[in-house]
Design a protein around this ligand. Sequence first.
Ligand code: PEP
Length: 277
Amino acid sequence: MNQKGVYVVNVIKRYLVGNWKMNQTQEEIRAFFATFKNLVSGITTTNHETWIAPQFVHIPLVHSLFFPNGQVGAQNCSHKEKGAFTGDVSAKALKDIDAHFVIIGHSERRAIFKEDPLLLREKIQVALANKLKIIFCIGETLKERENGDALRIVGEQLNISLNGVASSSEIETEILLAYEPVWAIGTGRTATPEQAQEMHAYIRKLLQEQLKLNSALLPILYGGSVTPENIDALLQQPDINGALVGGASLKANDFAKLFASAAAVQQPHSGGKRINN
Ligand code: PEP
């Protein structure tokens, strides 16, 4: 209840995040924003944020074209604060060029660059120390799902990388989670809304019960072949608070349609309902 004696219902914001991966030139970025801004200019939205993660070198350009209507961030950062780590980019340098967030633990980093949960834990620590928001990705492979191991694997990824990594309040306010089943990324094979909801509800429960976090307001995004055709059904699920989008975020027309869908979601999500006393 607030000071006026009225119950306040907090609802988690909806997040639409584009992961551009290793794509786009400056010219393509300018063309993207010219079209995208034109398409979304008439859409009003109060409870939804749009973020984009381009390649490191394009962060200032995207910032200049997108801020303050949208936020720009990075797809990765070093696990070390500074020093002799040739080729790495520090969280501090990202903050220095106005990055708002960093994606940590994307399955491509885990699989191709062999980033394990303990290394990811270090990245989370260094990103938090530099006041970057974090999108922490988790998800199982197809084999793990087929073996009935999906919940256990995701639980382990969360436990090892998040348990005690920072204060509860920092985790609750600075970290967003993205459930990205590896078999759905870039494959055109999206998790069904029911499959995604089952995992999101499990993640929220695990955060609450095992990590002792107040997970009611912690955003959990879904990622894996999200398109304008399937986003609405995903966002209708009570524990899905947004989408992390790869392929469809590169096309201004598709990203504008995703934006419209994220802006249109109205109903409070179960994970977001909390009565404040
Ligand atoms: C991603 O890379 O995070 C992703 C979800 O990709 P896509 O939307 O192309 O499956």
